[in-house]
Design a protein around this ligand. Sequence first.
Ligand SMILES: Nc1nc2c(ncn2[C@@H]2O[C@H](COP(=O)(O)OP(=O)(O)O)[C@@H](O)[C@H]2O)c(=O)[nH]1
Ligand SMILES: [Mg+2]
Length: 330
Amino acid sequence: MASSASLPDVGRLARDIRGGDRTVLSRAITLIESKRADHRRTAAALTQALLEATGNAVRVGITGAPGVGKSTTIDVLGTMLTKQGRKVAVLAVDPSSRRTGGSILADKTRMARLANDTNAFIRPSPTSGTLGGVAAKTRETMLLCEAAGYDVVLVETVGVGQSEIAVADMTDFFLALMLPGAGDELQGLKKGVVELADMIAVNKADGDNLVRAKAAAAEYRAALHILSPRSPNWSPPVVTYSALTGDGIAALWAHVLDHREKLSASGELASRRGEQQVKWMWAMLEERLFAPLRSDLTLKAALPRIEADVAAGRLAANAAVEEIADMLGR
Ligand SMILES: Nc1nc2c(ncn2[C@@H]2O[C@H](COP(=O)(O)OP(=O)(O)O)[C@@H](O)[C@H]2O)c(=O)[nH]1
Ligand SMILES: [Mg+2]
């Protein structure tokens, strides 16, 4: 284990991050992502030191099936926002990227304009096998970006179950992107994504797709009618747009700002954020407390036998818990 002398000075790191130093920001995010216990403690101290400088960004989660146009949308939306004087951070959560690394490269080329924009910061968030397979450190990364002065944070996630819920739980506005037509409109509903969404946006409403995009939007609108809204202060709109031509992008962002205004006025934004933070604390604590179950080799080896005994009725569930707790307490 490294001595504390080799660890970065938290006060200095915090100052440089607040000063907007991108290199320091990148290094700090690497520290946040580290699994080393001493790094973890330093990262926590850093987050705490920066806390009062966080919370000022518009936090938007963007989800949708692969190919729906998330990266293209972020490129055009992000560029529009930096032109308005905003600083935009993009955090890309892709559970598949751990295996191939390829999708991150693809994303960088899809976000070519933003990648070269000095007022934008793009960071892929590595996923871990824990916390539902979601990037376990994306939330803290977002806080660091806010402290560095990024006032829009876009979190991109590919449309697969748990990572969507996790991203919805760390953002103010959850945007579900859909493809026009193809009769798959209601699949999104089945997966529950639409229930999380603060807006549904049908992309690729251009050329031959225009009519099908409008038809898809009408279907979503009808479907949303029968769902109870996530917020008493907001009915999720359904819009069509084209990331390719840029048509509808400004209107899309206007809805995000409208949502923000309404939820700020009602106090819901602050309470939603507060709840998110507490929920996140418990998720991390649970994760921490369960860690020995995965790392203790003797216990790991014994668990299948214990489970089998419980399943077969040879071992009472409470007796199994005592046995496991004894092993943990050794
Ligand atoms: N026609 C059309 N194609 C689009 C639009 N947006 C994205 N695409 C294309 O759809 C493909 C997938 O886009 P990408 O942004 O990588 O999707 P992601 O996987 O959701 O990030 C690319 O070939 C894009 O050029 C759009 O608005 N109209
Ligand atoms: Mg992408």
